[in-house]
Ligand binder design. Structure first.
Ligand code: SF4
Ligand code: SF4
Ligand code: SF4
Length: 287
């Protein structure tokens, strides 16, 4: 299969996987974050931590991320898919109008990415202080979940709705705007270790002279590390775009520099689907 066909097939698979998760498992991100919040609330009240359905989702997604990197973020999170869809639509419109797309400069994005840790700390402190309920109606991800579930009644969600609108505007001008800069669950995922065979890297000695294609297409502006360093940034969404674009098949995960092989993407998607299915519908098997 030539490179262009493989790229198209991979894009098709990615879109299909995103669609399946968007339709059938739209709440995984919110559920897993609820698991963390509930855990902190229990700790603050010196109560025993109960492993409920939410915490189970958090545990399984963290384990999955430890093994396969942030594949969940790249392919399965409904809010991440919204980020991708908004930006893709904008790029398509620019192409049609033959206009250069606007983007937020790397100088700004490199600083903005720390904001998500502040959001995470803020939410966890509010949980610990038993004040989280005062934020009711101001979370954009709650508004997104309600809209996704078809609930148009947003009474009491004015702040959350305004924030969601602001985020969607940001998504227009920057890849993965919410994921990179504001997602508290993304902050947790980005701090998790990842097994070496799932870290993304390149063989710098084999790079084409003057090439920086992998960095240019990366939605997280990652400058890939040398193979074997095993230090890929926690910002990596495992999207495979660097592997797709590389003219020398020189970027990807693990020693084999895999990344965008359709079979490997499908394998991870099926495993994640199985995990999502069991934690969503068969929780009693684990509890
Ligand atoms: S960073 Fe957050 S919103 Fe983005 S894909 Fe990951 S969990 Fe979803
Ligand atoms: S796209 Fe490939 S050849 Fe170019 S810098 Fe990246 S890894 Fe090296
Ligand atoms: S382009 Fe490569 S380095 Fe960047 S997020 Fe995607 S997989 Fe990770």
């Amino acid at each position: 299969m030539n490179k262009l066909k493989k790229r198209k097939l991979h894009t098709l698979i990615k879109n299909l996987v995103q669609l399946v998760f968007f339709i059938f498992f739209p709440s995984l991100f919110v559920s897993s974050f609820n698991g963390f919040k509930a855990m902190v609330i229990k700790i603050s009240g010196s109560k025993p931590i109960e492993v409920d359905a939410f915490l189970l989702v958090s545990i399984f997604l963290c384990l999955f991320t430890f093994v396969f990197g942030r594949f969940f973020c790249g392919y399965a999170c409904a809010f991440g898919t919204l980020n991708d869809a908004v930006r893709a639509l904008y790029l398509r419109i620019c192409k049609k109008l033959k206009k250069k797309p606007l983007s937020i400069s790397e100088k700004i994005t490199s600083k903005l990415r720390y904001v998500k840790y502040l959001v995470l700390c803020f939410v966890l402190i509010m949980c610990y202080a038993d004040m989280y309920s005062t934020l009711q109606g101001s979370n954009p991800w709650d508004v997104f979940s309600r809209l996704r579930a078809g609930t148009l009644d947003l009474k009491g969600y004015a702040v959350g709705t305004a924030l969601l609108v602001a985020l969607v505007v940001g998504m227009v001008f920057c890849d993965r705007f919410f994921c990179r800069f504001f997602c508290p669950m993304g902050a947790i995922f980005s701090m998790l270790p990842v097994l070496p065979f799932s870290t993304v890297s390149r063989d710098r000695s084999n790079c084409a002279k003057g090439c920086s294609a992998c960095k240019r297409v990366c939605p997280a502006d990652i400058d890939l590390p040398q193979r074997g360093d095993c230090t890929t940034s926690g910002e990596c969404f495992q999207c495979g775009k660097c592997a797709e674009i590389c003219p020398k098949n020189n970027a990807g995960t693990g020693k084999q520099l895999r990344g965008n092989e359709p079979w490997y993407t499908l394998l991870r998607a099926v495993l994640l689907l199985a995990v999502a299915y069991f934690v969503t519908y068969k929780t009693e098997l684990f509890l």
